[in-house]
Design a protein around this ligand. Structure first.
Ligand SMILES: [Zn+2]
Length: 55
């Protein structure tokens, strides 16, 4: 299971595979080139929120 956060409408969509064309089900934009994450990782590699920083 993969998920992507749509950069256009900021909603998360899910798919069983990362292959092929991926259109956002909410706004219909092509988010194929958007980095995806697995179902176990909420964020794609390199996009994890920094947990060491405390305000
Ligand atoms: Zn969207």
């Amino acid at each position: 299971m993969y998920n992507k956060l749509c950069p256009w409408c900021d909603r998360r969509s899910y798919s069983a595979t990362q292959e092929g064309i991926w259109n956002c089900p909410y706004c219909g934009e092509d988010i194929t080139s958007t980095p995806g994450a697995t179902g176990y990782n909420k964020y794609p590699p390199g996009h994890e929120p920094k947990q060491d920083e405390k305000k």
